[in-house]
Design a protein around this ligand. Structure first.
Ligand code: NAD
Length: 305
């Protein structure tokens, strides 16, 4: 298990010209994969473009005998990225939606451009790349997807309303892809990485960045996208600096109130402790769990829903 291989598989990594994406690309190439190194080559706030970022990584991979091709499209053009994989290697097996930018600004000063650019790269970009790969995954009954979320999305982060909203979207996106893909052996998971890259150089203290190499996130992603993973799907993990943990939703005990005129704000306040009671939580992972909860509550003695 210590030497998971990816021979004859094609791994597409978006935003692979630097940071985490570069670490993924060099790892998968070293483990036998054909790698598509996508990168638009712009700045971390999304200005400009250049072929250099992707080319440098492709050259590094080829220099040590690996197989890689570059693609310079924005992730908004997902069809062209998947096309590069098909033309160069004839198939696509793994998609790592990793490309990202930041447009940090307090909500008070948020401009539509800051909001829209983040949305385009993180949400629309991940959608377009996945949408382009999906028919091939279904057809071959095999696909592995990683979407990139963030602790900023999961927990909120000052100055990052745009980024938080976009990053949490990747959790819902992943959870539904996992459900729709199950029948076709398409596995989708989300990773919230923490790593020292040009992106975090602006938001993390220098001494902390030292201990957070992107390389420490890669092995978890390798485990999740390997063919041996047939069960772990629709999950969210955080990984960085050697720490790896799964995250999940937790539901409190909750209050059940009669659905009539007595369901007032005041009635909720009298049950506020139950609404917040996590002493015996459950862990819902399907929308249907909510209906099941109501049905169960209806069967309780004295209950009237
Ligand atoms: P990075 O800036 O080093 O890498 C992001 C790469 O994406 C860059 O090479 C950039 O050129 C590329 N890119 C940007 N827009 C693109 C587009 N439209 N099309 C194609 N490529 C594009 O940053 P990173 O830290 O390696 O970030 C990788 C991913 O991890 C991002 O999605 C980021 O939001 C996420 N993330 C990172 C951290 C962290 O601690 N570094 C934390 C949480 C989430």
């Amino acid at each position: 298990m210590s030497d998971l291989r990816f021979d004859n598989q094609t791994v597409v990594i978006t935003g692979a010209g630097g940071g985490l994406g570069k670490a993924y690309a060099t790892f998968f190439a070293a483990r036998g994969a054909n790698v598509v190194v996508n990168d638009l080559g712009g700045s971390y706030v999304g200005d400009g473009k250049s072929v250099r970022a992707a080319d440098v990584v492709v050259n590094e991979i080829r220099a040590v005998g690996g197989k890689a091709v570059a693609n310079y499209d924005s992730v908004e053009n997902g069809d062209a990225i998947i096309d590069t994989a098909l033309k160069a290697f004839g198939r696509v097996d793994v998609l790592i939606n990793n490309a990202g930018i930041l447009r940090d600004v307090s909500f008070k000063n948020m401009k539509d451009l800051d909001w829209d650019l983040i949305d385009k790269v993180h949400i629309y970009g991940a959608y377009k790349c996945t949408r382009a790969a999906w028919p091939y995954f279904r057809e071959q009954k095999y696909g592995r997807i990683i979407n990139t979320t963030s602790v900023a999305g999961l927990f909120g982060s000052f100055g990052q309303t745009n980024y938080s909203a976009a990053k949490l979207s990747q959790v819902g996106f992943t959870e539904t892809l996992a459900k729709e893909g199950a029948k076709y052996n398409i596995i989708a998971n989300a990773v919230a990485p923490i790593a020292a890259t040009r992106m975090t150089a602006t938001v993390m203290p220098p001494d902390l960045l030292e201990s957070l190499k992107p390389e420490w996130v890669v092995p978890l992603v390798a485990v999740l996208v390997h063919q041996s993973n047939t069960a772990e799907t629709g999950s969210v993990f955080e990984a960085g600096g050697g720490h790896i943990a799964k995250l999940r939703w937790e539901r409190a005990k909750g209050a059940l109130l009669k659905t009539d005129a007595s369901l007032t704000p005041g009635a909720i306040l009298t049950k506020w402790n139950d609404v917040n009671d996590f002493s015996q939580p459950d862990y819902p992972n399907r929308a249907a769990d909510f209906m099941a909860l109501l049905e169960e509550a209806q069967r309780l003695p004295g209950a009237s829903v």
